[in-house]
Write a protein of this length. Structure first.
Length: 290
């Protein structure tokens, strides 16, 4: 089989930065300090487990009082949580992705100017929760589908922002629809990160030219799930996996080509293992029919 791996597959800048900061902090903190992250540092269980082996453990509540140093994960935290941590004098290592930080600043500035904020994204995602917390109370709306547009206060002065890992095409569609219904249109912030756009475009191109598409990444990863949805619309034989153990040889029956892409929180070593597994399956098939 011809195997095509997306050039951008794997860690984006923000994720790589956060993981490196955690590793660096672990080397400096052990064994004297307890180092924790508020929630998993990135949405990849295998990476989180590897960090735990180095002494970096996620916690769910800042009030547990069990940490010496707290590392803010790549998704960021709510504005009020950061203020609480600072007021308690907690030692903070801020690994918030710079793209997420930029989105927080955009919303803060727009809110101060009286804009009603509309954010396109998953309201339950930690990044969205951290970013939208910078809006004025009760002056924001998080939307995740076109039906939510019915809730948009069309007479307000609107500012539109997106989750950094949002589907680019869907965000463009929302922008067009809001400009149709809002009296004054909307101020639009470009907050989808470059890595997300590149991954999506590469994945579309590959999915259009292969018989099987594999998307590698955590099941709890928003950007990986978006890649899976995008690819599946183009190539129905698309499979989302976390590790090489989930690769099924039956997927490749009669396939002449396979594409592999991966989310922004998927480490290179997992991608390499998946690639090796696909190659092994291919070689085993060739030997069987030789």
């Amino acid at each position: 089989m011809k195997i095509i791996v997306a050039p951008s597959a794997g860690f984006c800048f923000g994720v790589k930065r956060a993981v490196n900061m955690a590793l660096d902090a672990a080397d400096k903190c052990r064994p004297l300090e307890k180092l924790n992250t508020l929630g998993p540092i990135i949405h990849n269980p295998q990476v989180v487990k590897s960090l735990e082996e180095k002494g970096v453990f996620p916690i769910d509540d800042v009030d547990c009082g069990c940490f010496d140093t707290l590392l803010i994960r790549s998704h960021g935290v709510k504005a009020e949580v950061m203020e609480t941590l600072k007021s308690k004098g907690v030692k903070i290592i801020d690994a918030t992705c710079p793209f997420v930080k930029k989105a927080q600043n955009y919303i803060n500035e727009a809110a101060l100017k009286g804009y009603f904020i509309i954010m396109v994204g998953d309201k339950n995602h930690p990044e969205v929760q951290s970013v939208i917390s910078f809006a004025a109370k009760d002056r924001f709306l998080v939307i995740n589908n076109l039906a939510d547009l019915e809730k948009v206060p069309v007479s307000e002065k609107l500012a539109l922002i997106s989750q950094t890992t949002q589907d680019v095409d869907f965000y463009k569609l929302v922008i067009d629809e809001i400009n149709k219904i809002a009296k004054g249109g909307a101020v639009v912030f470009d907050t989808i990160c470059d890595a997300t756009m590149i991954k999506q475009e590469e994945s579309k191109a590959i999915a259009s030219n292969v018989d099987v598409m594999i998307v590698v990444g955590g099941y709890n990863s928003a950007n990986t799930n978006k890649l899976q949805n995008i690819c599946k619309e183009i190539q129905p034989n698309t499979y989302h996996i976390e590790t090489e153990s989930e690769v099924n040889p039956e997927w490749f029956l009669n396939a002449k080509s396979v594409g592999i892409t991966a989310g922004a929180s998927t480490p290179d070593w997992i991608i390499e293992r998946v690639l090796k597994k696909v190659r092994d399956i291919d070689e085993a098939g060739l030997k069987r029919f030789a």
